[in-house]
Design a protein around this ligand. Structure first.
Ligand SMILES: Nc1ncnc2c1ncn2[C@@H]1O[C@H](COP(=O)(O)OP(=O)(O)OP(=O)(O)O)[C@@H](O)[C@H]1O
Length: 272
């Protein structure tokens, strides 16, 4: 039987391999109702693969994924291929794959601030308008959880702030969970409840403030991260090109202010 405190989605020890290559290893992820969880990490870290695993599009080679019974997912993909020669209005685009009430369509477009483009061609939308329309499509499913893969890409800084505010407002008004992938560290740190920093494995996770001080996060995002961190620790390992962990000599026998070992840090953040 499901309860309201039961996580919407939970992975434990999730491992994904493509051929002989392990792209995700031992990932613990939990998204609760009304919670915004953000995945960050460098290109190729496995963020989209983790999202696809949650959606059931990629099968894990080890570990488990649990979705709450009857869970409805609203998914906004990273890329949208629209045939440029085929005229497609926003109205048509949003009703192509699902039966949609006129009133629901108008309400959802109003909610995302895109009512004015309803009769416009999808191909002519600005970056920000397209993201709002994609968000509207995900919301039409009345999701328990929104899964947004880089929702602010191709959007200028002002538009990014507006979109993150919109996502936070949707979470508040609908009470849904949100799992999102983002490269924008400033916005992530300000607008999310939990951050999972991954690079094949979980490098660190927890409250944005804790993650922004974590040595692995600082090692990964360098100077960009330092500007966000309240203070900085030294780091105990970095990653090889294939994502393998390379322990730094300075981390061995380091003093009290040095990085906690990853295993300890993960325990601290509730990972076993
Ligand atoms: N279908 C696939 N078959 C084989 N390898 C894949 C497949 N999909 C992804 N990969 C590889 O898995 C790794 C993780 O890819 P993924 O797209 O999950 O990373 P990401 O963190 O989302 O990257 P980005 O930030 O660049 O979008 C990459 O090395 C990628 O080349």
């Amino acid at each position: 039987m499901s309860s309201t405190t039961e996580p919407l989605v939970e992975t434990r020890g999730l491992t994904v391999t493509y051929g002989s290559r392990t792209v995700l290893e031992d990932i613990d992820l939990t998204v609760g109702a009304g919670e915004i969880v953000t995945l960050i990490g460098p290109n190729g870290a496995g963020k989209t693969t983790l999202v696809k695993s949650v959606l059931g599009l990629v099968k894990p080679s080890a570990g488990s994924i649990r979705r709450r019974a009857g869970l409805t997912i609203g998914y906004m993909p990273q890329r949208l291929q629209v045939e440029r020669t085929l005229p497609l209005t926003v109205r048509r685009f949003l009703t192509l794959w699902q039966r949609v009430d006129r009133a629901d369509l108008a309400q959802v477009l109003d909610e995302v601030g895109a009512s004015h483009v309803i009769d416009g061609a999808v191909q002519t939308l600005s970056g920000g308008e397209l993201q709002r329309v994609l968000l509207a499509r995900a919301l039409l499913r009345r999701p328990d959880i929104l899964v947004l893969d880089e929702p602010v890409q191709a959007v200028d800084v002002h538009g990014q702030i507006e979109l993150f505010n919109l996502i936070a407002e949707i979470r508040r008004s609908r009470g849904c969970g949100v799992l999102l992938v983002s490269h924008d560290l400033h916005l992530v740190m300000a607008r999310t409840d939990t951050v999972l920093c991954i690079n094949r494995h979980v490098c660190c996770s927890g409250h944005p403030e804790d993650v922004s001080r974590h040595p692995e996060y600082l090692a990964m995002f360098g100077r960009h991260a330092e500007a966000l961190a309240v203070y900085q620790h030294s780091h105990d390992h970095h990653h090889g090109c294939d994502g393998t962990v390379v322990t730094l000599p300075s981390a061995q026998g380091a003093g009290q202010d040095a990085a906690r070992p990853l295993s300890e840090a993960r325990r601290h953040h509730g990972h076993g």
